[in-house]
Design a protein around this ligand. Structure first.
Ligand code: 17E
Ligand code: FE2
Length: 412
């Protein structure tokens, strides 16, 4: 099959792409169709590797308002509301909602998802469902599952045992939530435990780290030190890290050396954290987004995540990572033209590093799996500005999504 006239990642000159047996077999300026070969002419539109959701909570997706709304808009009321909803979970309930949520994500070109699954539940219901979904959905979406202790490891009954059970059931990633633990000591213990468990089971680590406006929340330095000293390095990710927004500059400058040495990844969820953070402030109100520009300038890998799709923490999340990048660039003030042009990397290449994907399995290259999307715009700048739809999403040569572009008529 031949796809012609695609602008690969903003390339000046459009290219032709041949796909055979689900693999890219040629990518050149001009390829001549073979006899009988199917040809699709994309007329100069933008092609990107599939979008990667590097941080979302699918177990709570599409539960907003059930059993009640989060009226304060705080992380902590969200945790309470979810804790109530969690008591009524069934495997069927989780699966039905996740099926709807991933179809929503697919519309926006997403083919890889790292989902945090709450394991502070003695029945591990959501985890049981998610492990089945990972298998059921694997031809359309790669699901990476994080064992996420929403109510703490040291501060929740049998927290360590639940994490260990989850590891044994086949999760991909070990989580933690140090800023939610009862004490600073528990927070350090929980990180030590999570890193040791990941090492024992040969898993990745992704911590909800310092998601609070408390400048004294210092889980990050412990996590980065463990990553460095245990050799876990880029297998470790620090998610949220909103407290860095409130760190004094002297401390952050010192910390940056360790962060760079450690090789860890960061995930920022700007859309959700601008909504959840700053809630104890009057005016001025902190934005509570991690220091994306400073981390990026230091050569540290940062990706962007949606975090929530219509749940107790964000009643409005759509699943569309374009919205996250759009908001993220505004709130981090990364609005230089080159910064805008490069921003698709937050939800593609940078996210691939966070997920620790095999670099040879992702992106355009002869011999790689033919996975890519086509947007209804010639460049990322235009796609982002005008919210261009994803017209097609291909996975191993198979089309997963087809969107008819709509043309509004302006009647004046
Ligand atoms: N749980 C948490 O601890 N933090 C979040 N941002 C979400 C769930 C969405
Ligand atoms: Fe999260």
């Amino acid at each position: 099959m031949l796809f012609t006239n695609l602008r690969i990642e903003d390339a000046e000159t459009p290219c032709d792409i041949r796909v055979e047996d689900g693999v890219f077999t040629a990518i050149e300026e001009t390829l001549t169709p073979r006899e009988g070969e199917e040809v699709v002419d994309w007329e100069g539109r933008l092609a990107l590797p599939p979008i990667i959701e590097s941080h979302v909570h699918l177990d709570s997706a599409l539960t907003a308002g059930d059993p009640r709304w989060n009226e304060s808009g705080t992380l902590f009321e969200g945790i309470e509301v979810w804790s109530e909803r969690k008591r009524t979970l069934t495997v069927e309930d989780v699966k039905e909602r996740v099926h709807r949520a991933v179809r929503q994500q697919a519309r926006f070109g997403i083919q890889y998802v790292r989902t945090h699954v709450d394991v502070t539940d003695p029945d591990l219901t959501a985890l049981t469902a998610m492990l089945e979904l990972r298998e059921e959905l694997k031809d359309a979406i790669t699901l990476q599952i994080v064992a996420f202790p929403q109510e703490g490891i040291q501060s929740f009954p049998d927290g360590e045992a639940l994490m260990r059970r989850a590891a044994g059931m086949g999760v991909d990633v070990i989580g933690a939530i140090p800023h939610f633990e009862f004490t600073r000591e528990y927070s350090v213990d929980s990180l030590n435990f999570a890193c040791a468990l990941a090492q024992e089971f040969d898993l990745l680590v992704d911590v909800h780290c310092d998601e609070i406006d408390d400048e004294a929340s210092r889980g990050l330095e412990t996590l980065a030190t463990r990553a460095l000293e245990m050799g876990l390095r880029d297998r470790v990710t620090a998610s949220h890290t909103t407290a860095t927004h409130s760190y004094n500059n002297a401390y952050f400058t010192k910390l940056l050396r360790l962060l760079t040495m450690s090789g860890i990844n960061f995930v920022s969820n700007p859309l959700v954290n601008t909504h959840l953070q700053g809630r104890a402030d009057t005016f001025p109100k902190r934005r509570g987004v991690t220091r994306v520009e400073e981390l990026t300038a230091a050569g540290i890998n940062v990706s962007f995540g949606q975090d929530d799709i219509v749940d107790p923490w964000n009643p409005l999340g759509t699943g569309n990572l374009r919205d996250v990048v759009f908001n993220g660039l505004h709130v981090t003030q990364m609005m230089g033209k080159e910064q805008i042009d490069r921003s698709y990397r937050f939800i593609t290449h940078n996210a691939a590093r966070t997920l620790h994907l095999d670099p040879e399995s992702y992106g355009f290259g002869v011999g790689r799996p033919a996975r890519f999307i086509v947007l209804d715009a010639p460049t990322w700048y235009e796609a982002l500005s005008f919210n261009a739809p994803v017209l097609a999403s291909y996975r191993d040569g198979r089309q997963l999504v087809r969107t008819q572009p709509s043309t509004p008529e302006i009647l004046f």
